[in-house]
Structure formats: structure tokens, C-alpha cells
Design a protein around this ligand. Structure first.
Ligand SMILES: Cc1cc2nc3c(=O)[nH]c(=O)nc-3n(C[C@H](O)[C@H](O)[C@H](O)COP(=O)(O)OP(=O)(O)OC[C@H]3O[C@@H](n4cnc5c(N)ncnc54)[C@H](O)[C@@H]3O)c2cc1C
Length: 495
């Protein structure tokens, strides 16, 4: 197997170019064109891919007998009560990332896949994870070029989703609503906002910088006291229905042959990792132990590669492979979302407004309904042992900020609220995507998106699938998100 560090050195600009070429190609929908969708780099044919998988398994453990059975393996469908004895790839977590990876892996193949992919999900209704509780916003405005690229990719993906995720007998409607994000900065943060603006525009984002006067002209309902600068998205921003995206990924991946088990991952089976000289050089995952909820049954599923797509629980899964915390520092963080109604509100031209203190609000529809919230200060992080909503947080923290910035919101009625767990990388606020080389070289992670994973799910899961199939990222170079030591000692927030 190629090491993550070996294969990730391609400069980003070079990859951005290849992405643009790739994205420019429109193709006809339909199962007969599945392989085309992943671009020319994956039209290598079944035989080549089969041998690649074999090579990877052999590289992990030259003495392995695994390769004898891999090519004969056909995925078992989920009606089975017991999990399969083995799968080429086991994905832990059936949220948007897990199903996204399954989809991209399997869509590389024309015809029946020679690769078996098993998705494990502990939560029968998939309601406790981040995906089901997400707000579904997408924006071009990030402080890392790779995040901007992933968002731009998402905007394009959403436009193509009907074709890409089409399955006979069902329709794909992701509830996409084009909108804008408006970030406000005070005197202290204006220079950063402007610096990021130039980087974002250089990456291809369409944005405007607005002075307080211009903001007042454009949004007369906005109080610009204390605002030094605003940054407004002009396209490729808005929101969509996260659950619909999750279901569409799942349906399509299943259609392409992914296997699913309602089962909880419990532990890794580890084996000695032997290098090409047959020397022991560490450890690797040889299988996973799973428990079927509601039964006393535990099973072992052998695998060539395991993927940690456990979202907010990603750090816990990593721990079970013996990864040190600073290699996979992903933890749960509880966030509240409040839905309110306002009679006297901006509605029609209200963007996703992000106040100077991080309080956000956006229209939900055209009947005066809005969603809002804010991440708490570090010292005020609520406990994560339940998903109860703190209503005082709205009254004491969120509402005063909203009412100050948009005086019309001094008059509102909260109609609904919910809490969800952010999948937080507590060190730098950015995702961890790639193999845990050299610690456990056949364990990959895709987690820690820290509140922006829905909009990056298509690009990130595609990137990991590329890494798994070809040993490097081809669409967008995501190597800065690899779980390397050099990255995770940086304390700078990379969002
Ligand atoms: C309130 C809220 C608002 C958000 N708003 C936005 C937004 O506007 N824009 C945006 O881009 N992102 C947003 N996000 C973030 C985004 O939703 C997440 O980054 C994304 O959904 C993460 O997907 P995931 O598949 O990694 O995690 P999840 O959806 O949490 O999926 C992980 C799955 O793994 C399963 N699992 C865990 N452990 C095990 C185990 N041992 N065995 C088997 N299964 C296991 C869990 O049950 C879960 O279903 C928001 C999140 C929240 C909570």
C-alpha cells in the first residue's frame, strides 16, 4: 500500500487545474455511464482495479491469503441477519461521509463491482449523528483554499446531483436553495475578512466586500453599528436538505452494490504489518468486531481496509485502533438550532447572516420562518451526554445578538428547536482525511469536519475514495487534511 505521506505531495494549484478540467465535463445520466462520472482517471477497467486491491492487501501483509478470495467475493445484501465474513472495505458509520465514500468507491466500476464495501451503522434510525441534525448551509467563504475548493465542488455537485445520484424508480430532490452568506466583521476582524476575501476570489469564489454604508443601502433592515466590513457571497452559496443528500448517497451506493449492516463497531482485530521484504513493521487492521444491537451476537468481519466515518465519534473509533488523541482529536460538541417566526422581517432578501460574534440566522422559507444559532464560547461548552436543548442560551446569548443586528427580530416567536453533535476537530477545526500512516496504514479516517461537513461531503468522500483506489487525490488535493503529526501540532484554526 502506498503511504499517505508518499503520495500526497502534488501541489494544490496543479490539482486545482485538473479539477477544473474534470468538472467541466457534462455527461449523460444513467447506470451505463457510472464509470464516466469519476473522470478519465478511473476508466482503468475491472482487471486493473482488482489487481490494485490485491497489491494493496499484499503490501500490507505479503503472507496474506486474502487476495485468493477477494476477486470472487460478491457483496451480500442487507437482508442477511449476520454480517458477511469479510469485506474488502468496511466503513464504520452510515452518515453522509460513510455513504459518500461507499458511493464514490463503487461508482468507479463499470458493471458489477469487484470490490465489496460494507457500511456499519449502530443507530437504526440514523438520527443521533450530525447529518440528521445539520442545517445544510454551503458557502465559499473559508479561510483555507482547500475548503473553498471543496465548497465550489459541492455547488457543482448539487447542480449535477439529479444525474449523478439517479437510481431507477426514484427521484433525487435535495431541496437546494440558492442564497448568500453575509459575514460581518468589526474593527478587530476586518483585516482578516478582507485578506480571506482575496484568497477566496483567487480560488474562484464570487464575492463582494461591502462597507457599512453599502450594507445599509443594500439591507436597510440591518443595524450596522460596530460593523467595519461585510463580505457577501454572489453565487455558489445557499442551503439544501442534508437528509435528502444522505438518502440519495445511500440509495445510490446500495444500488451499486454496497452492503449495509445495522451493527455497532466494537473493536479492531489487529495483525502484524509486514513490509515488502516480509519484515514486521508495525500493525494493521485485519478485521473488525461488530455487535448486532438487541442481540447477544458479536461477529468478526475481516477486511483489507477500514474507514472511520464515525463523525463525532471518530476519535473514539481511533482510540480503539490505538491511535493517540493528537492523531485523531475528534470529539462531540453540542450545538443548538432554533427555528423562529417573525412577522416584521426582511424575509425576501435575507441572506445567511453571520454576525460579528458568530451568531447566524437565515430564512427557512418565505413565510417568515428562520433558523438561527451560535457556537458557544470554549468555556461554556455544554455537556454532551444528551441532546437536550438549552432554551436560556437562546434568550441570553442568541436573541440579544440577533435583535441588536436586525431590530425586527426583537419581535419573534421560537417555534421549534433541536440539538445536534458537531464532529469537532478540537485542535484545528478542520477535517481529518486519509490513511493513518505509518501507525495503522490500512485504517483511513474521514471525520472532524467541525460544523461544515455536509457541504464538504461530496468532495471529501470522493477524495478519500480516490486515495483508496489510486493512492493519491486527483480532484482536489486534500493532503493538508492528512492525519500527519506536522499538521496536528499547529494550533491555528484552519477553517
Ligand atoms: C446542528 C448542526 C448544524 C450543522 N450545520 C451545518 C451546515 O450548515 N453546513 C455544513 O456543511 N455542515 C453542517 N453541520 C455539520 C455536518 O452536519 C457534519 O459535519 C456532517 O454531517 C458529518 O457527517 P458524518 O457522516 O461524518 O457524521 P455523522 O452524520 O454523525 O455520521 C456518523 C455515523 O457514525 C455512526 N457511528 C458512530 N460510532 C459507531 C460505531 N461504533 N459503530 C457503528 N456506527 C457508528 C453514528 O451513529 C453516525 O450515524 C452541522 C452539524 C450540526 C450538528
Amino acid at each position: 500500500m502506498l503511504s499517505a505521506m508518499q503520495v500526497l505531495s502534488k501541489p494544490r494549484t496543479q490539482l486545482a487545474t485538473s479539477r477544473r478540467v474534470f468538472m467541466g465535463t457534462r455527461r449523460t445520466p444513467g447506470p451505463e455511464h457510472e464509470s464516466d462520472r469519476v473522470g478519465s482517471s478511473v476508466t482503468t477497467g475491472l482487471m486493473k482495479l482488482q489487481s490494485r486491491i490485491r497489491d494493496k492487501v499484499l503490501a500490507l501483509d505479503p503472507s496474506s491469503q486474502w487476495h485468493d478470495s477477494v476477486s470472487e467475493r460478491k457483496p451480500k445484501m442487507s437482508a442477511a441477519k449476520e454480517p458477511p465474513q469479510q469485506a474488502d472495505v468496511v466503513i464504520i458509520g452510515g452518515g453522509v461521509m460513510g455513504w459518500g465514500v461507499a458511493y464514490w468507491l463503487l461508482s468507479h466500476f463499470k458493471g458489477p463491482s469487484p470490490m465489496s464495501v460494507l457500511v456499519l451503522e449502530k443507530d437504526a434510525r440514523v438520527e443521533m449523528g450530525a447529518t440528521a441534525r445539520s442545517v445544510g448551509g454551503f458557502r465559499q467563504q473559508f479561510s483555507r483554499p482547500e475548503n473553498v475548493q471543496m465548497s465550489l465542488y459541492m455547488a457543482e455537485f448539487l447542480r449535477d446531483a439529479k444525474k449523478l445520484l439517479h437510481v431507477p424508480g426514484s427521484t433525487v430532490d435535495l431541496g437546494v436553495r440558492q442564497g448568500s452568506y453575509l459575514f460581518l466583521a468589526d474593527e478587530d476582524s476586518a483585516a482578516t475578512l478582507e485578506r480571506e476575501f482575496h484568497m477566496q476570489v483567487a480560488e474562484g469564489a464570487k464575492l463582494d466586500l461591502l462597507s457599512p454604508w453599502q450594507l445599509s443601502e443594500r439591507f436597510p433592515w440591518l443595524n450596522v453599528d460596530g460593523v467595519a466590513l461585510g463580505r457577501l457571497g454572489l453565487q455558489n452559496e445557499g442551503w439544501f436538505d442534508p437528509w435528502s443528500l444522505h438518502q440519495a448517497f445511500r440509495r445510490k451506493a446500495t444500488y451499486l452494490g454496497a452492503d449495509f449492516m445495522h451493527a455497532e463497531f466494537k473493536s479492531f482485530q489487529m495483525a502484524k504489518h509486514k513490509d515488502s521484504m516480509n519484515q514486521v513493521s508495525g500493525k494493521r487492521v485485519s478485521g473488525v468486531k461488530v455487535w448486532i444491537p438487541g442481540t447477544a451476537c458479536e461477529y468478526e468481519v475481516k477486511c483489507a481496509v477500514a474507514v472511520n466515518a464515525a463523525g463525532p465519534w471518530g476519535g473514539l473509533v481511533g482510540k480503539r485502533a490505538g491511535l493517540p488523541f493528537d492523531h485523531l482529536p475528534v470529539e462531540l460538541r453540542k450545538r443548538y438550532v432554533y427555528s423562529f417566526h417573525s412577522n416584521v422581517s426582511p424575509v425576501m432578501d435575507c441572506p445567511m447572516l453571520v454576525n460579528t460574534d458568530g451568531t447566524y440566522v437565515r430564512p427557512e422559507n418565505f413565510t417568515g420562518m428562520y433558523l438561527c444559532g451560535r457556537s458557544p464560547r470554549h468555556e461554556d461548552e455544554p455537556p454532551t451526554d444528551d441532546l437536550e436543548v438549552d432554551h436560556n442560551y437562546f434568550t441570553e446569548e442568541v436573541w440579544p445578538s440577533l435583535g441588536h443586528r436586525v431590530p425586527a427580530f426583537l419581535d419573534l416567536k421560537v417555534k421549534q428547536s433541536w440539538a445536534g453533535f458537531y464532529d469537532c476537530n478540537v485542535i484545528d477545526g478542520s477535517p481529518i482525511i486519509g490513511y493513518h500512516h505509518p501507525l495503522v496504514p490500512n485504517l483511513a479516517s474521514i471525520c472532524g469536519f467541525s460544523g461544515h461537513g455536509i457541504q464538504h461531503s461530496a468532495a471529501a468522500s470522493r477524495g478519500l475514495a480516490e486515495m483508496m483506489l489510486s493512492g493519491h487525490f486527483t480532484t482536489i488535493d486534500l493532503s493538508c487534511f492528512a492525519p500527519s503529526d506536522s499538521r496536528l501540532v499547529e494550533e491555528e484554526c484552519l477553517v
